[in-house]
Design a protein around this ligand. Structure first.
Ligand code: NAD
Length: 497
């Protein structure tokens, strides 16, 4: 562990194939949320640093050092990256826990998924794509897919490695060059990923990483005319800002944003399965998951029984440092975020909701220096309350009551978000009927949360635009070109002379 700490004591950015400090040498401390310790210092990137990365990516793209490679060669780099992620899995897992706070178990899954995601896109990029068309003229019409160009990739702190990979793997597979910005809160595993890129010998300028503040580095990426696309994952408010900023240069925009996702439990569901998944839906990742099932809607005939059992189980969740193998739920990512979640808990009380369990910061048992919050349940909530409408992004759930299918759907769709949703029932037709009415991009029946590299991920309404993962996730990073080849080469004769 000491060796690991020494290795990350001072981070650097990766620009044009070289490790760099910030141009003005400023740094920002990186904190372990389980104990408040400074574990690293990251460069505080500037506009000049962002521009250097953008120019490097532009040059690499225009010279075709990456897009000009046969797809098979690009794929072979991606396969090597996946192998290296596996090789460093233990290190990456521990670093993720140290930086983000998530449990080793959670971090381990993320690392495995990250390797699988690179392999998925390495395989996909060599598969057939494009179309041909039977048009009216003696013309062979077809469509080919091409890289967009320089892609700006901006990610949040809740899955520091995996959210990076969801963008980097498809964008590189498609032949783009990238300027990537990790969250200023969690730059550690992204830095390790870029070490891997160096190790496998990605050509200079293809993958660039600039650390630093969103309004500085992120804003420069979103506004710079030499960036062709911005792909962003983060809060809805930031996403709106990025969309407006990117509009001036008409960039392609892809946005994966926040959620307040409903998890609907019907009385005919398998009761213990529903309780179990509902707990997983909200408390995995300490609720810091975009798709978290943060609104549980329960049919009125089983409501009291459900709340009692759910609260009983929630109280038993073992909260602690992520690196303790017995821990089931880690801390929140930062002091700032802890304060935000605690403010929401206070707000819920002021709005008149009742706490069925939890509701406090945990300071006993040696956890006082970390950012731990009890698994919290609010009942007696009304649809218009802010704790029902707004994304809290912590271990806080509201449990609402509904009387029939129609009311469940109305409540479920009654926020500005539309990211995810679940339905628990033993009636197959009802399950599908309700899912089809949900205005959400990712849904589950008798399950909650599993995510697959093969299937598209993204939201309706204010939860975003576009999709990650699967073939849709690759297409985000591609332009479509129409090609028409005249098969009868002779003058058209449109004008008389
Ligand atoms: P955030 O919006 O504060 O920050 C995300 C990234 O944007 C960070 O890298 C940040 O530095 C950058 N940023 C901030 N201001 C910027 C600006 N003005 N211009 C450009 N970049 C800027 O989000 P967060 O707090 O890091 O992450 C939590 C949010 O992410 C939650 O809302 C969660 O739902 C969302 N999220 C969504 C998905 C999804 O797939 N839909 C996945 C993970 C997280």
């Amino acid at each position: 562990m000491v060796e690991l700490k020494n290795r990350i004591a001072k981070l650097k950015m990766f620009i044009n194939g070289e490790w760099k400090d910030s141009e003005n040498k400023e740094t920002r401390p990186v904190i372990n949320p389980a104990n408040g310790e400074v574990i690293s210092h990251a460069p505080e990137g500037t506009i000049a640093d962002a521009r250097a990365a953008i120019y490097a990516a532009r040059k690499a793209f225009d010279e075709g050092v990456w897009s000009g490679l046969p797809a098979q060669e690009r794929a072979s780099y991606l396969f090597k990256i996946a192998d290296k992620i596996d090789e460093y899995a233990d290190e990456l897992t521990h670093l993720e826990t140290m930086d983000n706070g998530k449990t080793l178990r959670e971090a381990g899954f993320d690392v495995g998924d990250a390797a699988a995601c690179f392999r998925y896109y390495a395989g996909l990029i060599t598969k057939p794509d494009g179309y041909t068309y039977h048009v009216a003229d003696p013309v062979q019409a077809m469509v080919v897919r091409e890289p967009v160009g320089v892609c700006g990739l901006i990610v949040p702190w809740n899955y520091p490695l995996l959210m990076s990979v969801w963008k980097i793997a498809p964008s590189l597979a498609a032949g783009n060059t990238i300027v990537f910005k990790p969250s200023e809160v969690t730059p550690v595993t992204p830095k390790k990923l870029f070490e891997i890129f160096e190790e496998v010998g990605l050509p200079k300028g293809v993958a660039n990483m600039v650390m630093g503040a969103g309004p500085v580095v992120g804003n420069e990426i979103a506004s710079h005319p030499e960036v062709d696309m911005v792909s962003f994952t983060g809060g809805t408010k930031t996403g709106k800002h990025i969309m407006k900023t990117a509009a001036d240069t008409m960039k392609k925009v892809s946005l994966e944003l926040g959620g307040k996702s409903p998890n609907i439990i019907f009385a005919d569901a398998d009761f213990e399965t529903a309780v179990d998944y509902a707990l997983f839906g909200i408390y995995a990742g300490a609720g810091q998951v975009c798709s978290a099932g943060s609104r549980i809607l329960v049919e009125e005939t089983i409501y009291d029984q459900f709340v009692a059992r759910f609260a009983e189980r929630a109280k038993q969740i073992k909260v602690g440092p992520g690196n303790d193998p017995s821990t089931e739920m880690g801390p929140l990512v930062s002091k700032e975020h802890l304060d935000k979640v605690l403010r929401y808990i206070e707000l819920g009380k002021q709005e008149g909701a009742t706490i069925a369990c939890g509701g406090n910061r945990i300071v006993s048992g040696g956890l006082d220096k970390g950012y731990f919050v009890e698994p919290t349940v609010f009942v007696d909530v009304k649809q218009e309350m802010r704790i029902v409408q707004e994304e809290i992004f912590g271990p806080v759930v509201v449990i609402q009551k509904f009387k029939d299918e129609k009311e469940a759907i109305k409540l479920a769709n009654g926020t500005v978000y539309g990211l995810a949703g679940g339905v628990f029932t033993n009636d197959g037709a009802k399950g599908l009927r309700v899912i089809k009415k949900l205005r959400s991009g990712i849904t589950w029946v008798n399950s909650y949360h599993p995510t697959y590299n093969e299937a598209p991920w993204g939201g309706y309404k204010q939860s975003g635009i576009g999709r990650s993962l699967g073939t849709f996730g690759l297409e985000e990073f591609q332009e479509i070109k129409q090609i028409n080849i005249n098969l009868q080469v002779e003058p058209i004769g449109w004008f008389s002379n």
